[in-house]
Write a protein that binds this ligand. Sequence first.
Ligand SMILES: Cc1cc2nc3c(=O)[nH]c(=O)nc-3n(C[C@H](O)[C@H](O)[C@H](O)COP(=O)(O)O)c2cc1C
Length: 353
Amino acid sequence: MKFERKADHIDICLNRDVNASRNHWEDIQLLHRALPEIDMGSIDTSVELFGKKLAAPVIISAITGGFDGAESINRNLAKAAAELGIGMGVGSQRPALEHPELASSYEVVKEYDVPLVIGNVGAPQLVEQKKRHAFGIDDCKRAMEMIDADILAIHLNFLQEIVQPEGDTNAAGCLEAMGKVAKQIPVLAKETGAGISRDMAQDLRMKGVKGIDVGGLGGTSFSAVEYHRAVGRNEETLSRLGETFWDWGIPTPLSILEADVGLPIIATGGLNTGLDVAKSISLGARAGGLSRKLLKPATESPEAVIKELEMIIAELKAAMFLVGASRIQALQDTPVIVTGHLSEWLNAMEPEE
Ligand SMILES: Cc1cc2nc3c(=O)[nH]c(=O)nc-3n(C[C@H](O)[C@H](O)[C@H](O)COP(=O)(O)O)c2cc1C
């Protein structure tokens, strides 16, 4: 089966240790306000993102599509996203673009009224690779139509590609190719666990992308995911690469600060609670994205996904209450304290002067 790797990813993410060694959200604190002076019952978590109104600043980040079990996962996620009025991305649509018979595992999203739907293709697929031709604008449009997407995430996953046996490691020309796509359809540049630096964000903005999902370090490590696959295949060099680069990247909270170049930011990477979502917004993100936290419930039922997301939204509201923010805008203006390891990163990266 051609896309057994997609099923492997789900299995490994459910059953193995794929966490980055540190979850950097522990180093971010919000300042408690003893008398919040707002009514918790009147807190409004709604936010606008890419012209769509979301009931809460929460995105179900890309997980899957293109194999047998993927349809029910995407159905459960889409049903929950529609019910709660939040955004959702699908996993890479490459399997269905290359094998249209696999499209139904993505198309299922169209059956639900999800306020913001995010398509997904990989930057490596936009340029020629060893054994493959590049996807063009027509393929990107097909991906959008497949799920009635509002925006297309182009994922930047070269860390994963270097640890993958079948990895696409030609990155030359990707930025240019993304720029061409961005001229015709709305594009979200999305990392997958190694973060976006300021220079990278500026280059992406110049190419016309509409937003950035920083996909930073601190949660799912795709170097770790591919490490487990490489060990299973006795691929010594790839196992070694996976182990060495397990914690490679820019921590998500720091990447939010780095990638702030005037575009809406989605903060994905190691968010586990609504408090993490609140922290990400205080740092400058428009919404927080969660992927692996929702994977297990997504394999169970829509109710299980809804239950988890309702807890996340309850935690977000509690954090807003305790800092005295009745609107998302006010949460964005809330002071943030950076401690520990992350403050060392921050000091080291601050420009001299
Ligand atoms: C099982 C699994 C599959 C994923 N597949 C994709 C994908 O196809 N495309 C993509 O852009 N990101 C993909 N991701 C990356 C996530 O969208 C996210 O950026 C990353 O996992 C970090 O978030 P987390 O720490 O909340 O898991 C996947 C994540 C998981 C757990």
